[in-house]
Write a protein that binds this ligand. Structure first.
Ligand code: C2E
Ligand code: MG
Ligand code: MG
Length: 749
């Protein structure tokens, strides 16, 4: 068993799809946001580098501005005057020094020093050192209470001589200058601060280490960030609405028409023969599904038309298949199916059922004498006459060649016999002379009836009617016979209910049919030359012999059917290698079949085996008596095909010699009744002459029914080339693989 996944509903698919879509959306949004954060970080790191460069340049510019201011102050003549005459230094320091324009508002203190670095006059308010180190001229930075201050010291020189006079020092606040710059792009100027509260004399480079600040945000990043955030949110919102509303809505929209279509299909199934009018069909909203619906209805209507057409054709075909084209009455196939119906009805009713068989007497002779065309007209006339007499509801069937049948239901046997008599009389009264027939045409009728309430088996009717007609055809009996149990006893068990069905099945279908083989040996050396194929039917583990098979075959004219199956079985035995190569196979052909053209076609199937086997066809005299011309023609054809022809059972019938001369026969098989004469001296003489005469006319002789070595020996002496009988081997399914069956016999003695 193959695994078949359970189908899921459209709604479940929608839920799964929605969930999957939301997960996808969330992951995508998250990824985009992270990407953006990383980009922002990259910008920030780049800004930090620019900010460091920015603060460094701002600091050095603030320092150079302060130095420039100090230099301008140093160039002021009053500073020089103080060095030349420091008497009023205190006054100058107090009222002039800090108010002059050269001194910036951020300059906290100014001091003048002599050549030794001593302040010209020590001031209590001065925050500059009283003494400076004259070696460290230039500037240095100090931090006081988290404020960076710069001390700039400049040497003072005489303008003419260049002689050093002393030093000027200023102390200024650095941050106001620094923060005053407007070109800070990356640094928030208000955030600039020093992280240490007090330190003395450090370089500007060292100060940078203590400066802390906040970066101004990147304006682009700042501008983009909310836009991105908003876009992402909008996208997520839209997707959410789409997912939660539109998808389920779409699924619902598709689901409904699909359900509608499925219901419509169910409806069409329950009433497949009703055509659908396109105008009455409700349109669907979805174009593709609407197309499916339209196509479905169109297809249904086409199918409907095809069905009606098929019904009509089936009816016509049924008529053709069920009717006999020649007489127009129902055929054997129709009979069989009608019989099955009757059997069913019989199970549930108490009605009487009667089977009547009709057979035209000596029909073959009529055919031979007046020709096929007249034969056909006789069949048509008989069929029409019988049909006319039978009640219109009772069908007439042509079972085979000249055999007809009817089944009467719910009619007492007395009435059935009356109908049979009417039929018989009607045929007697028919003007067959109009067809050019100068002799009376008669029919034989067999009647068998049964009553359901007696609990009898309906299938018994067949063999009972067969027995009845078998006797009706015999001389000395009435032409209309109703079956009685005594008749069955008279038939010496040739028909029995047990075998009847088995024989019928075997002959018509080949079931249970097997071939046994009996050797035909060379009387000189006892070596098998041919194996005669003899038919048997295996039934219930027992064999049904030809003596039980042929009465039914003959009564029902099933000769051709039987021969076909015999040929088929013999060929399959050859194919299976059951018969030793380089010997021969002898096939018996029923008397009536030899004139049939179909038989020749069937026998042609032996051709592929002709290289390894001799093939012999055995026919009886009876065959030759009825249709001489056709029989001769067919035998010639068979000979040309490579078959040899044997006349079987020679001496058992009459006027054998006449046919022997006229027929293309290669082998003559002496019947057992002749073979048995060999013991009698007088008969032996006749046999001797007969054998001599026939073998001298070019025929090969076979003696049948040899049961002892003595008979075999005598027959060999009488000129018989081949022999067959229980002495050499009984008919058997398996052939003994010995080269010679009776090596011990010395025929020449
Ligand atoms: P047949 O063709 O003359 O076959 C010979 C019959 O004599 C066979 O009987 C065989 O068993 C029997 N037989 C052979 N040797 C002896 C013997 O030593 N003593 C005695 N008493 N009988 C012997 P079987 O098989 O019962 O066949 C009877 C007849 O049935 C055949 O006579 C043949 O005419 C017919 N038949 C048998 N098989 C077929 C067949 O396949 N097709 C047709 N159309 N007819 C067949
Ligand atoms: Mg034979
Ligand atoms: Mg024979």
């Amino acid at each position: 068993m193959t695994f078949r996944p359970k189908p899921l509903s459209l709604s479940l698919f929608t839920i799964l799809f929605v969930m999957l879509f939301l997960i996808l959306l969330f992951t995508l949004g998250n990824l985009t946001y992270r990407e953006f954060e990383q980009l922002d970080n990259k910008f920030r790191i780049a800004n930090e580098h620019s900010a460091a460069a920015e603060i460094e340049s701002a600091l050095s510019e603030a320092i150079s501005q302060t130095r420039e201011k100090t230099r301008q102050l140093a160039a002021w003549e009053e500073v020089g005057q103080q060095l030349n005459n420091p008497t009023f230094y205190s006054y100058w320091y107090q009222y002039r020094a800090k108010n002059i324009e050269y001194v910036s508002v951020y300059t906290l203190d100014v001091a003048i020093y002599d050549l030794h670095g001593n302040m010209l006059a020590p001031m209590d308010t001065s925050i500059l050192p009283r003494k400076i180190d004259t070696d460290g001229i230039g500037h240095y930075i100090q931090v006081n209470n988290f404020e960076p201050l710069i001390v700039v010291i400049i040497p003072m020189k005489e303008s003419n001589s260049g002689k050093k006079l002393g030093y000027l020092a200023t102390l200024s606040n650095l941050f106001p200058v620094l923060k005053g710059f407007s070109h800070f792009n990356h640094i928030n100027r208000n955030s600039i601060r020093v992280t240490i509260d007090e330190i003395d004399m450090i370089s500007s480079q060292s100060l940078l280490e203590y400066i802390d600040y906040r970066l101004t945000s990147d304006p682009y990043a700042q501008a983009i960030k909310p836009v991105v955030k908003q876009s992402l949110l909008q996208l997520a919102g839209t997707a959410l609405i789409l997912t939660l509303l539109i998808f389920p809505l779409a699924a619902w929209l598709v689901n409904r028409p699909i359900l509608q279509i499925s219901q419509q299909i169910d409806q069409l199934q329950s009433s497949p023969r009703t055509a659908v009018k396109q105008q009455t069909v409700k349109p669907l909203f979805i174009k593709e599904l609407d197309k499916i619906q339209t196509s479905l209805y169109a297809y249904h209507n086409r199918l409907n038309q095809a069905n009606s057409y098929l019904d009509q054709k089936t009816q016509e075909l049924d008529d053709i298949v069920q009717h006999d084209p020649l007489t127009g009455v129902m055929n054997r196939r129709a009979f069989d199916s009608y019989w099955r119906e009757v059997t069913d009805v019989f199970k549930h009713s108490a009605d009487e059922i009667c089977l009547i068989l009709f057979d035209i007497n000596h029909f073959k002779a009529l055919n031979d004498t007046y020709g096929h065309h007249t034969g056909d007209e006789v069949l048509i006339a008989v069929a029409q006459t019988l049909k006319h007499i039978l009640h219109s509801r009772d069908q007439l069937f042509r079972l085979s060649g000249d055999e007809f049948a009817t089944i009467l239901m719910g009619i007492p046997s007395r009435k059935a016999m009356q109908i049979a008599k009417q039929c018989h009389l009607a045929v007697i009264n028919y003007p067959f002379d109009k067809l050019g027939i100068n002799e009376p045409v008669r029919i034989s009728i067999g009647v068998a009836d049964i009553k359901a309430e007696k609990g009898e088996n309906i299938n018994a009717l067949h063999w009972q009617a067969d027995i009845a007609i078998h006797f009706a055809k015999r001389p000395g009996y009435s032409s209309i016979i109703r079956f009685k149990p005594e008749l069955a006893e008279n038939a010496r068990g040739l028909f029995s209910n047990r075998t009847h069905t088995a024989v019928y099945e075997a002959v018509t279908r080949g079931t249970g049919l097997v071939m046994h083989y009996q050797p035909i040996v060379d009387l000189e050396n006892g070596k098998p030359q041919y194996y005669e194929a003899l038919v048997r039917i295996v039934h219930d583990g027992q064999l049904i012999m030809p003596s039980h098979i042929f009465p039914l075959v003959e009564a029902r004219s099933l000769d051709l059917d039987l021969d076909f199956h015999v040929i088929e079985k013999a060929i399959s035995d050859l194919r299976e290698g059951r018969i030793p190569v380089n010997t021969g196979v002898s096939i018996n052909i029923s008397a009536p079949a030899i004139v049939e053209h179909e038989l020749l076609q069937q026998l042609a199937a032996f051709k592929p085996f002709m290289a390894d086997y001799k093939l012999l066809i055995e026919i009886t005299e009876t065959a030759l008596i009825t249709q001489l011309q056709t029989a001769r023609k067919n035998l010639e054809i068979l000979r040309n095909m490579g078959f040899s022809i044997a006349l079987d059972d020679f001496g058992s019938g009459y006027s054998s010699l006449r046919y022997l001369g006229a027929m293309p026969v290669d082998v003559v098989k002496f019947d057992i009744t002749l073979t048995r004469l060999v013991d009698d001296r007088a008969d032996n003489l006749i046999l001797n002459h007969l054998a001599k005469m026939i073998s001298e006319s070019g025929h090969l002789l076979v003696a049948e029914g040899i049961e002892s070595a003595q008979i075999a020996e005598q027959l060999a002496k009488l000129g018989f080339r081949y022999g067959q009988g229980y002495y050499f081997g009984r008919p058997a399914r398996a052939i003994e693989k010995t080269g010679s069956s009776k090596d011990s016999i010395n025929y020449s003695a």
